[in-house]
Design a protein around this ligand. Structure first.
Ligand code: G16
Length: 547
């Protein structure tokens, strides 16, 4: 068995020492905070990723590849974050998160070694001392290269008998998830950026061909890339797919100035403020046969929108609307199969607009599940269905197709166009995590196949007026929720929220601590704009008074 590399680890640990009394926690999407505070966390995460790889053995008892993604997605430019991606491209299992938290909070190497050494030794022995395998990527944040180098410095301090890694530098979050899985599952794709682009463009163009749809007639889409990594990746994708390049125009693509990231643009800005981003005006957004879309800072969220022509009113097509559009296409295709017993389900969070959930249950007659915020929670629930469609209202989501789905559909291959299209959708829609580019292509294909324009899509149902507020509090950990984050256990203000809700027509409101920002979020919806704003103010006031 290879010896535990105590000295090498200690020297890197001491080079990037933790602060006094560290109090970090692996949250909704890994560790996320001011970039200057992340150095010691990188050492903890890189070490844990090695152990995770050693613990995930394939059928030949060889460690599988684990991903490390350095990003803070929708957060402001000065933040950064890091998360671990499991062999199949999903998130680090939740029962490993406390370990990540513990390692990040070790104040001395002695404490750190006490936790990591027994695990490393145990798993390395089970892996017959074969090396751990890792892939690493980062978004365009200014702090990204420096934080990434802390990880590679750690890996380089070991011999390659202990760790083999591939550094991809700049990647979108969904690319990193795709590449991680492809290293472990050759049937999933080629583990490279070009493999990812080919998989998307081939499946997309083949779907269009089955319906004789020329790319020229697709809706023209203007994409706000949040001045983030999605801009570079969308450009690269369009270079590899010239037949699509005239249908997608990119705005907010300034990745050379890291301070512009997510500023007045991007999916989070558009969804939260319910207005157009910088770079897209109401004339552009109301052009015929067009659509606007926003990616977030690491290109794993998508929202679409347009402006109504005569009134120039902004109309948002958020994650709820995307889920419903995709479920409409998938349900239509399923009914065209010669036979099937596949169960489709839709997973949302408490942020889903009440009107969307009613539409799913009452019109689509599909099962609807409410999960806690965080794609890891939704992903888990969606896996319980043969076809699990999951989207957060903020545009983070995807559609998971099960093994049963593939087995059933393969039976009809060659004699059912619907089966062929469904199998291609499984290729097009990222099976590992929400993916703005893949979701956008799925939306554009759905609109073309269903012969629906943005206005008709928006009219599927009408959102109840809603408002999401962010309240900065002294300690967000004082806010504890239950019932998929729809009710507060602590502090004792839930009954007051209930009273406000009862006084509001079609009212709904909840309070939850953010897992990615130092704040508490307050959501409110109601029958009218006025009542919604009143409810939001009342609940925000309650929270402010309590903190
Ligand atoms: C992350 C998570 C999402 C979550 C969002 C906000 O998104 O992956 O699932 O909705 O944070 O989370 P919270 O309200 O807990 O701050 P992203 O796109 O920032 O990685």
């Amino acid at each position: 068995m290879s010896a535990f590399p105590s000295q090498a680890l200690e020297s890197v640990f001491n080079k990037f020492p933790p602060p006094q009394n560290p109090n970090f926690s692996y949250g909704t999407a890994g560790f996320r905070l001011g970039a200057s505070k992340l150095d010691s966390i990188m050492v903890a995460v890189a070490s844990l990723a090695i152990v995770r790889s050693l613990s995930c053995l394939d059928e030949t008892s060889t460690p599988q590849t684990i991903g490390i993604m350095i990003t803070a997605s929708h957060n402001p430019p000065q933040d950064n974050g890091v998360k671990i991606v499991d062999p199949l491209g999903d998130m680090l299992p939740q029962d490993w998160e406390p370990l990540a938290t513990k390692l990040a909070n070790c104040a001395t190497f002695k404490e750190f070694e006490k936790i990591i050494k027994p695990l490393w030794t145990k798993y390395s022995s089970a892996a017959s001392s074969k090396p751990a395998k890792l892939v690493i990527g980062r978004d365009t944040r200014e702090s990204g290269p420096r934080l990434l180098r802390i990880c590679t410095e750690l890996f380089d301090s070991f011999s390659d008998k202990l760790v083999i890694y591939r550094n991809f530098e700049e990647l979108s979050t969904p690319e990193l998830h795709y590449i991680t899985r492809s290293f472990n599952d050759v049937s999933f794709g080629v583990p490279s950026e070009s493999g990812y682009y080919d998989k998307l463009s081939n499946s997309f163009l083949r779907i269009l061909k089955l319906y004789d749809i020329s790319p020229d007639v697709l809706v023209s889409t203007t994409v706000d890339c949040a001045n983030g990594v999605g801009a570079d990746k969308l450009k690269a994708f369009l270079e590899t797919s010239p037949s699509l390049s005239s249908k997608f125009a990119i705005v907010n693509s300034d990745t050379a100035d890291p301070l512009q990231l997510n500023v007045q643009c991007g999916a989070d800005f558009v969804k939260t403020n319910q207005k157009l981003p910088n770079g897209i005006d109401s004339d552009l957004a109301s052009k015929d046969l067009s659509l606007c879309a926003s990616f977030d800072g690491d290109a794993d969220r998508l929202v679409c929108y347009f402006c109504d022509k005569p009134s120039k009113k902004f109309i948002l097509l958020d994650g709820d609307k995307i889920a419903i559009l995709l479920s409409r296409l998938i349900s239509t295709l399923i009914t065209q199969l010669p036979e099937n017993n596949l169960e489709i389900g839709i997973v949302q969070t408490a942020y889903a607009n009440g009107a969307s959930t009613s539409y799913i249950v009452n019109k689509l007659k599909l099962p609807s599940v409410c999960a806690k915020t965080g794609v890891k929670h939704l992903h888990h629930e969606a896996m319980k269905f043969d076809i699990g469609i999951y989207f957060e209202a903020n545009g983070h989501g995807t559609v998971l197709f099960s093994e049963k789905f593939t087995a059933e559909l393969k039976k009809f291959e060659g004699h059912s166009k619907a089966a062929e299209v469904l199998l291609l959708l499984k290729e097009l829609i990222n099976q590992t995590v929400g993916d703005a580019l893949s979701d956008l292509l799925a939306v554009v294909a759905s609109l073309a196949i269903l012969k629906v324009d943005a206005a008709e899509w928006a009219n599927t149902y009408h959102d109840l007026p809603n408002k999401l507020s962010k309240v900065v509090v002294k300690d967000r950990n004082l806010f504890v929720t239950t019932d998929a984050e729809r009710r507060l256990v602590k502090p004792p203000i839930q009954s007051k929220i209930d009273d406000f809700v009862l006084q509001t027509k079609q009212g709904r409101s909840f309070v939850r601590p953010s897992g990615t920002e130092d704040a508490v979020r307050v959501y409110a919806e109601a029958e009218t704009e006025e009542e919604c704003l009143r409810l939001a103010e009342q609940v925000v006031h309650l929270v402010e008074n309590y903190s």
